[in-house]
Ligand binder design. Structure first.
Ligand code: ASP
Length: 296
């Protein structure tokens, strides 16, 4: 079976021209990391994790290093992943000192006792499982600090939900027909400490079922959670329905129910894909007719 992969870099406002080249190279690098795993016979799960790690390490995406800040000026990240063949999943919310939250989510999945850990308990789990920790301020870039200050000095502490994109995620189909999905984010700029968004919630930000499809979502977390958007989109592909059509229908549900804005990447077991959003733009990298397409 021919593998397939889509990587995304968040939905929202159009990426400022000055950042486009670097964001493009980040998405390209993440795609290549995941794609190399898949063409060498690796698993969809490894591909989505390593592609996501690459973007968490890139300072211009809102995940890991370069995450946006809470109203208190701290970084709290969310992430989740799902293996569509085993239905195993792992998720973390509001963790402060982990650069690669997706690896922590994977460790939680592998451990198997729980699916979703948050805050101090998730950080303790990371320590006990030998995952690298960083000082909380090591994840704060100058750029995000300045954006936080602008928000603080400007319109008070309002949470910004439809700003510059930067959440990251990936969906993959491996040569054995397994589907997997992963999502990671710093959340929304100016959020309350302790706020957990859709990216940490299985069924909302991330979902995979190898018999139907895999999905990673980005956008307004408070809306996406209520629409259980990732699972809704995957269910709309049941019976071999077209992923693009399924994504449009899922977004129509979201708009009708909550007026939220979002973007989705979808893959089905035949390798058909969908990259659909109702925001101004969405960053993504995927292959089309044998060639790499990268959008910022
Ligand atoms: N969905 C993310 C959240 O609400 C933000 C985003 O995708 O831009 O935390």
């Amino acid at each position: 079976m021919t593998p397939a992969l889509i990587v995304h870099g968040g939905a929202g406002a159009t990426t400022p021209p000055a950042l486009q080249t670097e964001r493009r190279s980040g998405l390209t690098a993440a795609f290549e990391v995941g794609w190399n795993i898949l063409v060498q016979g690796g698993t969809a799960l490894d591909a989505v994790v390593q592609a996501t790690v690459t973007l968490e390490d890139h300072p211009l995406f809102n995940a890991g290093l370069g995450s946006c800040l809470t109203e208190d000026g701290t970084v709290e990240v969310d992430a989740s992943l799902m293996d569509g063949s085993t239905f195993q999943a792992g998720a973390v919310g509001a963790v402060r000192n982990i650069k690669n939250a997706i690896q922590l989510a994977r460790a939680i999945m592998t451990d198997g006792r729980h699916v979703f850990l948050v805050g101090d308990g998730a950080e303790r789990f990371a320590r006990e499982h030998g995952l690298p920790q960083v000082a909380a301020d090591e994840l704060i870039t100058k750029r995000q600090y300045q954006r936080w200050q602008t928000l603080r000095l400007g319109s008070g502490q309002a949470q910004q939900t439809t700003g510059e994109p930067g959440t990251v995620g990936a969906v993959a189909l491996d040569s054995s027909g397994r589907l997997a999905a992963a999502t990671s984010t710093g959340g929304v700029r100016g959020k309350r400490s302790g706020r957990v968004g859709d990216s940490a919630v299985i069924g909302a930000g991330t979902y995979a079922d190898s018999t139907i499809g895999a999905c990673s979502v980005t956008g307004d977390g408070e809306h996406i959670i209520r629409a259980t958007l990732a699972r809704t989109a995957v269910e709309l592909m049941r019976g071999g329905k077209d992923p693009v059509q399924a994504a449009h229908t899922a977004l129509a549900h979201l708009t009708r129910q909550t007026e939220g804005e979002a973007g989705l990447i979808l893959l089905d077991p035949f390798g058909r894909s969908g990259v659909v959003y109702n925001t101004e733009s969405m960053g993504a990298a995927f292959r089309s007719e044998g060639r790499l397409v990268v959008r910022v």
